[in-house]
Design a protein around this ligand. Structure first.
Ligand code: PMP
Length: 298
């Protein structure tokens, strides 16, 4: 359950009960998938304090996504971070998923709007469920053409593609899908970026047809600290198949190992992979257990 009668959300500049809010059935976001959102997590840290992970990066991306789609955006990151903490406190949440959504008013045309609205919802999400390894299927769906969409924006409409791919994989008995880009190279999962390991080096698709994730950026920084070589480049399906190991990363997925692709198992035992090391470092990072410092401003 995402909410009940006692759930509070941030809406129209106030903390209100979710059950007492409403949305417009003539909204342009609902009809055309024209909105932007974020997926953020909070963790109970080692000190017992609840912290939102990479909160500035997420709200900056929300603003960039809105601007990419010409959605009016009038909020300061500070204000929304404060509101997010308020939502956590009012709902007594520690390990949680936070979902801000910027949506358009009633508008059945394709014309731009004078205003947008924002809602911030949150619900409990237990961390580190990713100990299990995934069985992944190469999707028959490609990622959207980057010349058809602002692919680096986290736009609601893009997620029809994610839903189709994920549902196809599950209907075929797999845990998750892996999508290629329009040129047939490996792109990403429906809601996570991918890394592969080959002969001690990590590879990940360069931006262009992916959502360049905040977790992906954190993994790149962790690699720097752990002296793991990582190369951003085009990855062909053959390179993917011949990888020693692979993992997905994302705010919800965290770091999760991939056991097999199209029923062919990766050969390197997960515990011996860079992915396993990074999984541990990431866990320490989000719970502030380590001295590993990432995201020093350049
Ligand atoms: N790709 C897609 C398509 C996603 O939806 C997500 C989740 N936001 C990611 C990658 C990972 O991004 P992040 O690490 O910022 O959550």
């Amino acid at each position: 359950m995402y909410y009940n009668d006692n759930t509070f959300i941030y809406w129209q500049g106030e903390i209100v009960k979710a059950s007492e809010t409403k949305t417009d059935l003539y909204g342009q976001t609902l009809h055309y998938g024209y909105g932007v959102f974020e997926g953020i997590r909070s963790y109970k840290t080692a000190s017992g304090i609840t912290k939102i992970f990479k909160e500035v990066e997420h709200f900056e991306r929300l603003q960039k996504s809105a601007e990419a789609l010409n959605l009016p955006y009038t909020w300061a990151a500070d204000q929304l971070i404060k509101a997010s903490y308020e939502v956590l406190i009012r709902n007594n949440l520690q390990d949680a998923y936070i979902r801000p959504l910027v949506y358009a008013p009633a508008n059945m045309s394709f014309n731009p709007n004078k205003e947008s609205f924002i809602v911030i919802e949150a619900w409990e999400m237990q961390p580190f469920l990713g100990e299990k390894l995934l069985s992944v299927m190469t999707s028959s769906f490609q990622r959207p053409n980057p010349k058809a969409f602002k692919i680096e924006a986290k736009a609601t409409g893009h997620y029809v593609n994610s839903i189709l791919a994920s549902q196809e994989a599950k209907a075929n008995g797999f845990d998750e899908a892996l999508l290629k880009d329009i040129n047939g190279n490996i792109a990403e999962g429906p809601g996570a970026n991918i890394f592969i390991e080959k002969e001690g080096v990590l590879y990940t698709p360069q931006p262009g047809s992916i959502l360049p994730g905040i977790t992906r950026a954190a993994v790149l920084e962790i690699c720097k600290k752990l002296n793991i070589s990582v190369i951003e480049k085009e990855i062909s399906p053959k390179e993917m198949q011949e990888a020693d190991s692979a993992f997905f990363c994302g705010t919800a997925a965290e770091i999760i190992g991939i056991a097999s692709l199209d029923k062919v198992a990766f050969t390197k035992p997960w515990n011996e992979t860079h992915g396993a090391k990074i999984q541990k470092a990431y866990k320490d990072l989000v719970t502030e257990k380590s001295t590993l410092k990432v995201f020093q401003p350049a």
